[in-house]
Ligand binder design. Sequence first.
Ligand code: BDP
Length: 677
Amino acid sequence: EDGHQLWLRYPPATGTPDRAVTITAADPLGRPQLKLAIAELKRGLAPQGVQGPFRLMTPADGSWPARYDHLGAEGFALSSRKVGDRIDTQIAAKTDLGLLYGVFHYLRLAHSGADLARLDVVSSPRIALRVLDHWDNLDGTVERGYAGASIWDWWRLPDWRDPIYTDYARANASVGINGAVLNNVNAKADSLTAPYIAKAAALADVFRPWGIKVYLSARWSAPIELGGLKTADPLDPAVAAWWRAKADEIYRAIPDFGGFLVKANSEGQPGPADYHRTHAQGANMLAAALKPHGGVVMWRAFVYAHDNPEDRAKQAYNDFKPLDGQFADNVLVQVKNGAIDFQPREPFHPLFGAMPRTNLMMEFQITKEYLGQSTHMTYLGPLFSEALQADTLAQGKGSTVARVVDGSLDGHRLTGIAGVANIGANRDWSGSIFNQADWYAFGRLAWNPDLSPESIAREWAAQTFSPAPKVVEAVTAIMIPSREVAVDYMTPLGLAHQMSVYGHYGPGPWVNTLARPEWNPVYYNRADAQGIGFDRTASGSKAIAQYSPAIAARLARPETTDDKDLLWFHHLPWTYRMKDGATLWDDLVRHYDRGVSGVENMQGQWQALKPAIDAERFEKTSVFLTIQRRDAQLWRDASIAYWQSLNHLPLPAGSAPPAHDLGWYKALTFPYAPGNP
Ligand code: BDP
C-alpha cells in the first residue's frame, strides 16, 4: 500500500461470494472505449461480488429511452432495481465515453458503500474542457512540482509508451478530466519541433480511448526561434503563416489535438506586447491557425509588469477588461482563482463577472506551491469550492464564479477549467497520500462545481482507505478544516505572499531584497510600527473598484469586510478593534495559535485511525504531520517575532513567546528547496 493505486484500489469485499456479472453491450470489439468500460467494470466489480445482469446501452443499441435525450456527449444515466435477489443495473449514454464515465461513477458508488439496488443518477459535466496543466519541463524537472520528476519520458518517447501513461489516463478519466497540457507554461520552443510533436502524438494515442486530449504550451517567440523569422508580431502575415503551418503539422500527427496554452508578456515571457499588440490580437492570431481543425487557445491572464507602479492585484484586470468582446470564439482567457498567485486564501479574481463577452476559464493550482507542498496536509477542496461559490453579483445575486466558468451566466458554450497538476514520478503520484485528494477534488468539481468539498472528501476517503463509516468520517474530519488550519499558521486575516525565498515553503514576512518589489513579502504586508495590511480602498490602490459596486461598497470599510479578507483590503492599526472587541494584534496572534493547535488536533485524530489504516500509508502520513506540526510552529513564531519587532506589543495572555529571537528565523537557510524553476 504505497498509494500508487490512488482511489482506484478496488479492494475485495469481505464475506461476499464471488458471483459472475453478465454484461450486455453491443459489439464491444469495434468499440475501444466500450471495451475499456467493460474491462473497468469487471475489474471493479469482481471484488464486490455484485450479481448481474448489467446492461450498457447507447442509442445505437436500440430501445433508447427518450428521457435520456438531453444527455450530452459525455453524460450518463445510471439506474438499478432489485428483481428477486438479483440486481438489474443499466448505464445509458449517448457515446461510449459517456458509458466509461458512467462505469467509473458506478464503481465510485460501489466502493464507497452506496446502496447499489436503487440507483437513479443522471449526470453530465457542467464544464466542457476539464484540463490538467503540467508545468513539466523537457529536461524532466517539474516547476513547482513536489512529487518527483516528470512522468513524461521524453527521451524514450515516442517508441516506448510507458504503462504509467495508461494509469495516468485511467485515473483522470475516473474523475472526468478530459485534457492535459503536457509542458510548462514557461515553455520552450522545442516542444513544437517535429520530434516533440511525434512524442506528444504517442501520448495522445494512449490517452485517446480514455477521452483525454493533448494540448501544448506554446512559446510565443517560436516563429523566431524555430522558423528563423525576424519577428513574432501577430499582425505580420509571415508570423501568422508560420503558426498556420505549425498547426497543420500538429494536426497531421494528432488529429484531435486540443490546442495551445499561452503565457505571454508575463514574468519575462515574450508576447504580443513586445510588438505593441494586445493580448486579443495575439490570441486571435493563434486561434485562427487552430480554428480549421477545431482547436482552442487558452490564453492566460496571469500578467503583471516589472516596472508597473500599479498594485499587482489590479494589473490583469487593467489589461484584460478593456479587451472584453475582442477575443475570437475559440479563445478562452484563463484566469487564476485570485488576483495575486494561488495563495492559501485569496478573494476571487475580479475578472470573473467583468468580461461577459469572453470565454473565461478558471485556473487552480493543485500542486501546493504556497500551501506546504508535499508534506503539509491541506485539502484543497474547500479552497476550490470557496472560489467557485463566490458571488460576483455581476447580474445580481447568484452570479457565482461557478456560473461564469460553466458559461450559464453569460450564455457561453466554450467553457473550461484547468488545474496545475501535482503529479510526478513518486510512487504515490502526488508527493503525499493526501495530496491525491486534491487531484481527485479538482476533477470532481470540474465535472460539477457545486459538489460539496465534504462529500468529495468522503468519496475519496472511502475509496482510498475504507468505506467503513467510522473511517470515512474520521478521515473527512481531518481533511475539511485542514486548509483553514494552514491559513491560520501561515497567512491569517487576509495576509498573503509571506513565504520565504526558499521555494515558497517557509515563513519570510521580513523579506525585502528580491529583484522585483511585488515579489517581496513586505510589499504585501505593509507592516510597520503602527499597523499592517494592504489598503486597496479609495485611500489606497483602489483595487476594490474592480469588483461590482455592491461588493466594492462592502469592501470599502473594514467593519463590513469579511475577517478572512481583512488585511487583503485594508491597512489597519494594530489596535484596531475586531468585531468581537479584541484588538487586531491579539486576534492575529490567536489565529497563529489556532493554526498550531489545529495541526496538533490533526495529529491526534490521525493517531486514532491507526488500527484502521495500513501501516505504510499510516506511517508516511504520521511523519508528514510531524513535519507540518514543526513547520506550523515555525510559521507562527517567525511571523510573531517579526511583527513584534515592529509593533513592540506584548502577546495576549496565554500565548507563548516565540522560541527564538527574530535573528534566528531570519538566518535560517535551506540548501535545497524543491520546485523552483
Ligand atoms: C507562480 C509560480 C511560477 C509560475 C507562475 C505562473 O511561482 O513558477 O511560472 O506562477 O503561473 O505561481 O506562470
